[in-house]
Write a protein that binds this ligand. Sequence first.
Ligand code: FAD
Length: 411
Amino acid sequence: EISACLVGSEMCIRDSYKHQSLSFHVNDSYWFQPTTLEELLSLKETHPTAKLIVGNTEVGIEMRLKAMEYNVFVNPSHVPDLLISTVKETGIEIGAAVTINGLRSFIEKVEAQMLTEGTAYRTRGLTAIRHMLTWFASNHIRNVACVGGNIVTASPISDLNPMLLACNAMLRIHSKSRGTRDLSIKEFFLAYRKVALEPDEILVSVFIPFTGEFEYVLPFKQARRREDDVSIVTAGMRVCLEPRTDRSRWVISDCSLGFGGMAPTAVQATKTAAAMIGLEWNYASIEVVFPILRQELSLPVTVPGGQSEYRMALTVSFLFKAYLTMTAEHTTYIADLPNASTLPTMPTVDDCEMSATFNFLTSEKTYSRGEQGYFDRQGECLHEPYTSSAQNSFPPAKETTPPPELSLIHI
Ligand code: FAD
C-alpha cells in the first residue's frame, strides 16, 4: 500500500509539478517562467527589454564580465513550441530553446532514419552542422546552451551561424501583436550583435533544409585549441553540382559560403558564391575564385582580433580543402549509382593532395588522456600509473621509467 501510495504520490507530485508558470520578483528584478507560447509572447510584449534566459552562457557572461545590467528575465525553456524537434518533408525544424547537444542527438536520429531509407545524402547539411557542434565549447556548455541563444546573440565568431547561412536556414519569429513571420537567416544579422528581431518578438524555431543528391556541405573551424576554444575563423560551405546537359562535365548549380570571424557578424561571401555558380567543377575554376574571396572578405590590419593576413588566408584554404573533399566525396557517391556510366567523370584529386582533405571536425573525435605515477626515491613506481581519459577505456599503461630528478613522495 505504502509503495503504491509512494509511486502514486510521486507520480501525483510529478504531475502536480507539471510545468507551472512561475514568476518571482525581488525589488525591481523579475523572473518569469511561462509554459505557453501565448504567455511568453504577452510577457515579451509587456517587457520588451526582458532577457530570455535558457543556458545563460551569454547573458551570464554579459552580466558578470561585461557589467551589463538586466532586471527582467524570462525562461522560455518550458514552452513546448520552443522545444520541438521535427522532421518535415524538406528539412528539420528545431525549437529555439533546444540545446546544442539536443540538436546533435536529434540530427543523429535523423541520419540513422535516412540511412535506413537509403537517402543518407539528404542529411549532408545536418551532418556538417553536427560535426561543427561536436567541437562547440564543452559538454557542460552544450548541455545547457540553446540554439536560439547562439543565433540571437549573433556573435561574429559563432560556430553555428555560418553553418546555418550555408544551409539556407529559415527562422520563425513570433510577436503577440503581429503574429508569425518567416525570415531567411541571410537577412537576420544586421550589425555587431544586432539582429532583425523587434523588442517584442521572439525566435520560436529554425528550419534547416535537407540537401539534394548532388549537394555537399562542409564545416571548417580554426581555433588556437581544439577543445573548448572560441574560433579564429569558421566557415560553412555548400555546393550543388549538376551534370552539364551534354553530360560532359559537372558544373556548380548553386553555392553558399558562410563565414565567422571575418566581419562584425557571421557573413556570406555572396560575390564569391555568385562567381562560382555556373563554373565547371574543377581546380582551374576554384583557382579563379580564390582572389575574389580574398577580396570580398579582406580585413584591414587594424581589424579587432588582429591576424588579418592569417584569417584571410584561412578563408581561401578552407575553400581549397572544400574543393578537394567534395570532389573526393562526389566521386565516391556517383560511383555507386546505378546510372554512374551515364554521368560525367569527376576531376581527380592527386594522392599528394588527399592529405588536405583531412578536417579534424569531420574526423573521429579522439579523447585526451592523462597519466600519473608515484615513485619512491629509488625511482620505483609504487603502483600501476593511473590513467585517466575522457573515455577511460585505454588499457593500463606500460611501466615507464621516470626522469631521475622526479621523486615525488615517499608514501
Ligand atoms: P542565453 O545566455 O540564455 O541567451 C543568450 C541571448 O539569446 C540572450 O540575449 C537572450 O535574450 C537571447 N535569446 C535566447 N533565446 C531566445 C529566443 N527564443 N528568442 C529571442 N532571443 C532569445 N559559442 C560558439 O558559437 N562556439 C563556442 O565554441 C562557444 N564556446 C563557449 C564557451 C563558453 C565557456 C561559454 C560561456 C560560451 C561559449 N559560446 C560559444 C557562446 C554560447 O555558449 C552560445 O552563444 C550559446 O548558444 C548561447 O545559448 P544560451 O542558451 O546559453 O543563451
